[in-house]
Structure formats: structure tokens, C-alpha cells
Design a protein around this ligand. Structure first.
Ligand code: 13P
Length: 343
């Protein structure tokens, strides 16, 4: 492992004013997104859609530091034969790869999940590095919507797997994005999200230490501290920002080069407003930016709707969201700018 180089990549991923595009939906998830816009999910439509995003030059060059890809995409060519990964590199963004293989039921823990994909991961990482990937992602999912969950077991096994993954990545000279996601599903209040996320982050960093992961060579991708979607009392952007920052200061060592949030089902504008409010508070040991999937892609998906004649509109929608989040990563976003559509 060459730690200075890993650290360089990690810092580039959180370059001021830039963040990550999570375009790593599995075939099942992208099908769900395409169903919503009435597009049939085929290898070709998935390619056309992602090519549209990666060729949005303004967004890619100015606002996007890296793109998380799904296995299919990292080997795929654009319509003109150019590998999609080259288009990303040419824009100045760093290609990354989702390497977990989804979730499975956790035995003995009804309703809970463990993320899988460690078998043969070392071999897969080698191939991804050769193909150009310089960072990877693994997502653990913690559901807190049911009675008596999360169990200590679910928190432990998921943290253990995240650390195993992270150590393997660093050995392969790939920066791991460590993503322990506490879901927004349910009617819990913001305090409960805080308390569970605290347990999850503490356990995750304990496992990272035990497994000798170099904190300088990773990126943390956490959820924000928010009330459950079904809670009647939703929080203001300022409250989300205050609670999230308090929690991160308690749990995340300053050696971590950066934090890139997931959007987790927040509305586009909420995801942007929350990130902006955090960066307005400022004075933190790490840059805070975005690593959004839905909050960057819902608008372009709708504008595109699978039609070639809508590609320019889809790109405009993506550029707008990328710009808004870029501003939020610097604490310079305003609702006014939000309302102004992309030129
Ligand atoms: P969302 O921003 O849609 O939560 O997706 C980010 C991601 O990469 C989830 O693993």
C-alpha cells in the first residue's frame, strides 16, 4: 500500500466545490428508476442514460470529482465506441466502482440485512484497478424502522464487513468509501437517528482500527441526522446541520480526509439545503461534500425520459443539480439560485 498516493486520491475526491456522482445503481435498482419514467431497462438504455450524464461537460469538469460506477458500466462503451470510463477520465473526474454485491437476510436477526461481496474481492479489485478505478464503495444498510432493531449483531457484522472491504481496497491501492447507512424509513425522531448513527459510526471506526485501515486513505459516506420520513415533526435545515455536525465531531477522527454524504431519499432541495447549512457552520477538520445518487439523478431522469431528443434537457437538469450541490459544498447555495433554472 502506498498511503501518500491513497491520500492524494481521497483528497481529490473532496476537492473544494466538487463531490461524487453515485451512478452505481445495480441492475435491479436502475430498473426501478427507469420504471418510474417508463423506460425499459436494457444494456443499451442504461448505457445511453449514463453516457448522457458523463458527457455533461460543465457538470463533470466543474462540480464532479468522481463517479461511482456499477460493474456493467465500467466495461461499457459509449455509442461511438469510446469506453465510458475514458469519458469520465477525460472530464477530469476519477472513476470509482461499487464492489459490494448487495444485501442478504442476516440469520437470527429477523428483518435485518448484511452486505455481502467479500469472497474473491481481492481478485476483483485487481481487475478494477487495471481498468482504471481508483476508489471503491461498499454500502452497509441499517434499518431502524421496526421494533427492537437494529440489533447489536447487525451493527457489528456490517461494521466488520466494511472494515474487511476497506483493508482489501487499500491493499489494492484503491481508496475505500466506507458507507454505513442508517435508513430514513420509519417514524422515528431525529434523536433516535442521532443515537443509532452514533452507535454505528463508533462501531465502524472501532473495526477500521482493529483491521488496520489507514484513515488517511479512506472517505466516509454517512447518512445525515434526520427524522424518519414518516415522523410528523420534520427538522429544519439548520437543525439537521447542527445535529449532524455534532455527531460527526464526536465520532469521526480528524485523520479522515473527507466526508461525502449520501442523499438517502431526501428531496433534491433538502439534500442540497442540508449540505449547505452544514458548510455554513464550517470550522470542521474535514471537507463535507456530496456523494448523491437520487438527489443528483432524479431530475435528469425525468427530463430525459428515455428519448434521444431530450438528451440536452436531461443534461441541463443534471448540470443544475450538480451546480447547486457544488455551491452547497462551499456553503454558498441559496434558495434563490435554486429557483433559477439552468441556462
Ligand atoms: P442516494 O444518494 O440515492 O442515497 O445514493 C447514494 C448511494 O450511493 C447509495 O449507496
Amino acid at each position: 500500500m502506498n498511503l501518500p498516493d491513497l491520500n492524494k486520491v481521497a483528497l481529490a475526491m473532496v476537492t473544494p466545490g466538487k463531490g461524487l456522482l453515485a451512478a452505481d445503481e445495480s441492475s435491479g435498482t436502475i430498473k426501478k428508476r427507469f420504471d418510474d419514467i417508463k423506460v425499459v431497462s436494457t444494456e443499451e438504455t442504461r448505457r445511453d442514460y449514463r453516457e448522457m450524464l458523463f458527457r455533461s461537460n460543465e457538470a463533470m469538469a466543474q462540480c464532479i470529482s468522481g463517479v461511482i460506477l456499477y460493474d456493467e458500466t465500467i466495461w461499457q462503451n459509449a455509442a461511438d465506441g469510446t469506453p465510458l470510463i475514458r469519458i469520465i477520465e477525460q472530464s477530469g473526474a476519477i472513476p470509482g466502482i461499487k464492489v459490494d454485491e448487495g444485501t442478504q437476510a442476516l440469520p437470527g436477526c429477523p428483518g435485518e440485512l448484511v452486505t455481502v461481496g467479500l469472497d474473491k474481492l481481492a481478485e476483483r479489485l485487481k481487475k478494477y484497478y487495471q481498468q482504471g478505478a481508483r476508489f471503491a464503495k461498499w454500502r452497509a444498510v441499517i434499518d431502524i424502522s421496526g421494533h427492537g432493531i437494529p440489533s447489536m449483531t447487525a451493527i457489528h457484522v456490517n461494521a466488520h464487513a466494511l472494515a474487511r472491504y476497506a483493508a482489501l481496497c487499500q491493499a489494492a491501492q484503491i481508496v475505500p468509501i466506507v458507507e454505513p447507512e442508517v435508513l430514513m424509513d420509519g417514524d422515528h425522531d431525529i434523536e433516535r437517528c442521532y443515537a443509532v448513527t452514533q452507535r454505528v459510526l463508533n462501531k465502524t471506526f472501532q473495526e477500521l482500527r482493529i483491521q488496520r485501515v489507514a484513515l488517511e486513505g479512506m472517505i466516509l459516506k454517512p447518512n445525515m441526522v434526520v427524522p424518519g420520513k414518516k415522523n410528523a415533526r420534520q427538522a429544519s435545515a439548520e437543525e439537521v446541520a447542527k445535529q449532524t455536525i455534532r455527531l460527526l465531531k464526536e465520532c469521526v477522527p480528524a485523520a479522515v480526509p473527507g466526508i461525502a454524504f449520501l442523499s438517502g431519499g431526501q428531496s433534491d432541495e433538502d439534500a442540497t439545503a442540508h449540505l449547505d447549512a452544514m458548510n455554513r457552520i464550517g470550522g470542521l477538520p474535514w471537507p463535507l461534500t456530496f456523494s448523491y445518487g437520487r438527489a443528483l439523478q432524479a431530475a435528469p431522469q425525468k427530463a430525459w425520459a428515455g428519448k434521444a431528443e431530450n438528451v440536452a434537457a436531461g443534461q441541463r437538469a443534471f448540470i443544475h443539480r450538480a451546480r447547486m450541490n457544488s455551491l452547497a459544498s462551499k456553503g454558498e447555495w441559496t434558495a434563490d439560485l435554486e429557483a433559477r433554472k439552468a441556462a
